[in-house]
Ligand binder design. Structure first.
Ligand SMILES: Cc1cc2nc3c(=O)[nH]c(=O)nc-3n(C[C@H](O)[C@H](O)[C@H](O)COP(=O)(O)OP(=O)(O)OC[C@H]3O[C@@H](n4cnc5c(N)ncnc54)[C@H](O)[C@@H]3O)c2cc1C
Length: 309
């Protein structure tokens, strides 16, 4: 959520002790319960419109506009959040959740990402030896995982990893019994878990490597990028058939072809991003190897996850 600026009047009116006092009152008086929207259940939340009415009735705000601004101010103080964390506070039937009712939804536990750890202070990419050194420090995944060993960590691939294999990932707190757990974040796992989530189910994905699976990383997407370059070369070589004269030799710059592929893959990787799965669909994402430990239980990174399907 972007940083917002508030009028000095609001900042002065609500010092931290006042925020804490009003927040305690809110928690007691605002109705919190499980709610459903388009078949999807949102646990322990309240409705934005109700908080606006409450703020006016309690004389904390004079107008609806004041109340919305105060609500937004409390949100930036982490008293509560929109259930999907993607809305500023609004006088609408949107759902919000007090911070203490939030379950850990997973995420990177540091501000590091695949860009800043592999760059020096001037923003230049580290040498391969320096990169190997950094990678050996951050987790055991790069050593175990051949996909990363072979990956050329340029800006495009680092974008892809930031979306599909964020650094220092911490798995979510399990959300009770899942209706469906997909092993693998490839096309199959993505489509089935999104389907389960938008039908109102509790869904999780476990991916041991890079989200997107074959289709994004090595199959559909890269192959189509190469096919396009090949078609362009073929068309230019046979341009005279179309009445177009091209002089000189047509050469393939393979490094450029590869770079274009990595760029396209990075752009598309946003669709398979772990953050999109969490924020847009409420799917829990675990990054590790799944192992069945029972008919209805899977273990990942030492955690036991229960599922019904
Ligand atoms: C060159 C090429 C071009 C292609 N072009 C097209 C196309 O144009 N159109 C099309 O429809 N299809 C295309 N395909 C096929 C498409 O890529 C596959 O059908 C699709 O990727 C299969 O998806 P999936 O989810 O079943 O498996 P995958 O994509 O293989 O995903 C499986 C995922 O599961 C993970 N995984 C495996 N075991 C575990 C475990 N125990 N724990 C955690 N994670 C695990 C893997 O790391 C992987 O990410 C192409 C394939 C190739 C090779």
């Amino acid at each position: 959520m972007e940083d917002r600026e508030f009028p000095q009047e609001i900042i002065d009116k609500f010092p931290q002790e006042e925020i804490d006092r009003i927040a305690a009152e809110m928690r007691e008086e605002i109705e919190v319960k499980d709610r459903t929207h388009y078949f999807k259940k949102y646990e322990s939340c309240f409705v934005g419109k109700k908080l606006v009415i409450w703020l006016i009735e309690k004389n904390y705000a004079e107008t609806v506009e004041d109340a919305v601004q105060i609500g937004d101010f409390f949100m930036t103080k982490n008293i509560f959040h929109h259930v999907l964390r993607d809305h500023a506070f609004k006088n609408k039937n949107l759902y919000y959740r007090f911070e203490e009712h939030e379950r850990n939804r997973g995420g990177s536990d540091t501000n590091d990402n695949w860009h800043n750890i592999l760059e020096d202070r001037d923003g230049d990419l580290l040498t391969p030896e320096e990169q190997a050194d950094v990678l050996s420090d951050i987790s055991d995944w790069p050593q175990k995982n051949s996909a990363l060993h072979d990956l050329f960590l340029d800006g495009h691939n680092r974008d892809t990893l930031n979306h599909c294999r964020p650094l220092n990932w911490v798995d979510p707190e399990a959300d009770g019994v899942y209706d469906m757990i997909a092993i693998g974040g490839g096309a199959g796992g993505l489509v089935s878990s999104i389907g389960a989530a938008i039908s109102g189910g509790k869904a999780a994905i476990i991916e041991k490597n890079i989200m997107g699976g074959d289709c994004l990383n090595t199959g559909c997407v890269p192959s189509k990028a190469f096919i396009k370059s090949a078609k362009v070369a073929h068309t230019v070589r046979h341009a005279s058939q179309y009445g177009v004269e091209v002089s000189g030799e047509v050469k393939i710059n393979f490094a450029k072809v590869m770079e274009r592929m990595r760029k396209i893959r990075a752009e598309i990787s946003e669709h398979d991003s772990v953050y999109k799965l969490i924020k847009k669909y409420g799917i829990d994402v675990y990054l590790g190897e799944a192992v069945f430990t029972d008919k209805k239980e899977i273990s990942v990174n030492g955690k036991a996850l229960q599922f019904s399907k």
